[in-house]
Design a protein around this ligand. Sequence first.
Ligand code: ME8
Length: 641
Amino acid sequence: MTQTFYITTPIYYVNAEPHIGTSYTTILADTLARYHRLLGRSTFFLTGTDEHGDKIARSAAATGETPQAFVDRISGKFRQLWPQLHVHPDRFIRTTDADHIRTVHHILRKVYDAGDIYFGEYGGLYCLGCERFYTEKELVDGLCPDHKVAPEFIEEKNYFFRMSKYQEWLGNYIADHPDFIRPERYRNEVLGFLREPLEDLCISRPTSRLSWGVPIPFDDKYVTYVWFDALINYLTGIGYPDESNWQDYWARTEHLIGKDILKPHGVYWPTMLKAAGIPPFAHLTVHGYWNFEDTKISKSHGTPLAPLPLVKVFGTDALRYFLMRDMVVGLDAKFSIASLANRLNSDLANDFGNLLSRLTKLTSAHFDGKAPEAPEKPGPLMTQIASLTERIPEELSEFRLHNVIEEILQLIRATNRYLEANAPWKLVKENRARAGEIIYEGLETLRIAAVFLSPVMPEKTTELLTRLGQPIEEFRFEPHARWGRLRAGTRITEGPPLFPRIPEDELAELLPEIIGKTRKPKETKKVSAEDKKMDIIGIEDFSRVQLKVARVLSAEPIPKANKLLKLRVEIGDETRQIIAGIAKHYSPESLIGKTVIVVTNLKPVKLRGEESQGMLLAASSDDELSLITIDKEIPSGASIS
Ligand code: ME8
């Protein structure tokens, strides 16, 4: 029987738009799904959106939409984004889908009939961001460790899942199955939760307080929401209970999550399954956070980087490559535009893309654009390929994707070195046949490297393989990784650079634009008290920024930087140079004599080799930009308070 593989991502809350954090998990799942398909496994990849609960109902109220219209709109943004990141799930599930609601009912009934759901009263500390109760011990300085807000005390009559009953079973199960929760640090964290008495799980809300949930089939005055609803999506997605083959996939489930939702997945979910008489999932794999400027990328922490502006500058495959290469699954990673650009310029343009242009040029120049004859015995690169071919499946099953990628890159670098050492462009004059063999080895190694990288960069590798005259249908790891598949005489086509480089100085110019666009625009509509708490800053934070009135003395364009102007401004007794990205909106002459507002205590930066000693304040909206000025005569140097 064909082996199966079932991979899932968390279903994302629709109270915010997709960002780099949620894109990461989804791209990782897509990449792994592609690797498993390449390995010949029957693969099912599920992602989707989590649409019920207080938080969503409040976000809908804040925009003035009905909850249904709101969830349709935001869920649509996720669904439309994924193909633009080359992500193609087998199903995009929504917790508002009719079959999902049926599955939730089915499981609620089963667990209720077994006596593991009861009605009771409970008061506890509830974090709205996490949609769960916290114990005092789990809080840090009285705040939710993830959202950094004080939880609300909530007390009411509700339905409870008898989770405590399964505490001992779960502890034993985890101890007997070391692969159940990975990497080990998270397995230990779950074992840590289980050292404290496990409380029962509140799974309902009275409809008088929240109606945006799944109706409880045995009490119409209550709904279930978030975790008891959301986790079950993983079963609905593969057709539980009606489809005949759901168990084939279930036995190979790989749940992929970030560390923020470890407890619901590591504790609630296996105990829910146990109570419903369903075998546990196979694996839960937990990754860390992407941080940007030392803060977690997220909707509530103020730095939600949107993926599309990045795609526009760097391309989808380069973004996928960077995300897959620069995070070690299990640890946190740093997102920076500079490291993304560096991966593009060095690994992709210099190493990978350059190997392709070298080889296609050599083939055109000396072999009439056709693959030369293979050597009788494969050379040294073949040994490296053989060991990589053997290790890839194992490395992948351990989620060491960063290693797999690095080793493929090492193979590519070794091929570049092999060409340099043997210089076929010189050798061709004395020994054409031998030069041809070396070029063949280069082409064949590049072909195999592209097959190995195809799950990470599906678009660019398809383009590369097309240039090497390779049909891409029936893509399978084993036959495609076999040495010698490239036939002599195959047409090899030259083309433009596969990964155009982004020079550093151009990047400096693009940077404010990318970051500006990737930042979430400030919410202008009504926001909930909870959200407000997160946005508010103290006067002490604001007063750290020094703003002063300045007068523009001179302004001139900067050669080859069509967005920048170099200004000299007078701030009281001082004169400073400021580089401002306003050339599209102001001519240099129109600025001379203008009164502007400058941030004076910013660290100086170099833009296009010119130092900028401050920043002008401006208002902008879409394509419009207007400098901020003052409406009375006031001397330059005056402070803004
Ligand atoms: O928790 N770095 O949804 P959510 C890495 N609906 N990954 C990140 C990240 C970051 N900075 N930020 C977010 C929910 N993620 C529930 C899940 S599942 C039955 C219900 C990713 O929209 C990561 O996978 O808050 C994290 O676990 C998930 O987004 C949280 O998404």
